[in-house]
Design a protein around this ligand. Structure first.
Ligand code: ATP
Ligand code: MG
Length: 152
C-alpha cells in the first residue's frame, strides 16, 4: 500500500459515536425516522436502548455545560421522558453523524438534516451526537457496558 492511501485510511478510520434521540423526538414518535436516516446514510447502529435519565444522570452527562445559562433547563428537558441512546459506527462516524444532525439551532440547520426536520428550537433539538473521539468514548461508556457492545 502506498503511503498516500495509508494516510487516507487513517483519516477515514472506523469510528463509534454516541447518538441520542432526545425526549422531544421520542414524544413526537420520530424514533423510526431518525434510525432510518442514520441507516440510510450508510452508518450502522452497533447498539441501541431506551432509557430515562434521572436528574443527576442528566447533570452528569452535560457536566461540560454546567456554567452555561441554559444548563438547568437542558438538564430538566433531557430527564423529562425516555430517550433512545445508540452507538453509531462507520468510517468517520463522528463527523458524518454531526453533519446528518445539522446545526444546534434548527433555524440554522441545513435542509434535510435531522434537526431541520424534527427539532422544535435550539434546546429541544431532537438529537445529540458526540463532538469528538474523547467525548465519544466518555459518552458511550456513560450508557453502555463493554458487554453490551459488539467486539471491535
Ligand atoms: P449536542 O451536544 O446535544 O449534540 P450540540 O453539540 O450541537 O448538541 P452543544 O453546544 O453541545 O450543541 O449544546 C448541547 C445542547 O444544549 C444542545 O443540543 C441543546 O439541546 C442545548 N443548547 C445549546 N445551546 C442552547 C441555548 N442557547 N439555549 C438553550 N439550549 C441550548
Ligand atoms: Mg455537544
Amino acid at each position: 500500500m502506498s503511503l498516500k492511501s495509508e494516510e487516507i485510511n487513517r483519516a477515514m478510520a472506523v469510528e463509534r459515536t454516541l447518538g441520542i434521540i432526545k425526549p422531544d423526538a421520542v414524544e413526537g414518535q420520530r424514533i423510526g425516522a431518525v434510525v432510518s436516516a442514520i441507516e440510510g446514510s450508510g452508518l450502522r447502529i452497533a447498539a441501541l436502548k431506551m432509557v430515562q435519565l434521572t436528574r443527576a444522570q442528566s447533570e452528569g452527562f452535560y457536566y461540560v455545560h454546567r456554567d452555561r445559562p441554559f444548563f438547568g433547563s437542558l438538564v430538566a428537558f433531557m430527564s423529562r421522558g425516555p430517550i433512545v441512546v445508540m452507538v453509531i459506527e462507520g468510517d468517520d462516524a463522528i463527523a458524518r453523524y454531526r453533519t446528518l444532525m445539522g446545526a444546534t439551532d434548527p433555524a440554522k440547520a441545513s435542509e434535510g438534516t435531522l434537526r431541520k426536520r424534527f427539532a422544535k428550537n435550539i434546546e429541544e433539538n431532537a438529537v445529540h451526537g458526540s463532538d469528538g473521539p474523547d467525548t465519544a468514548r466518555f459518552e458511550i461508556g456513560y450508557f453502555f457496558a463493554g458487554s453490551e457492545l459488539p467486539q471491535d
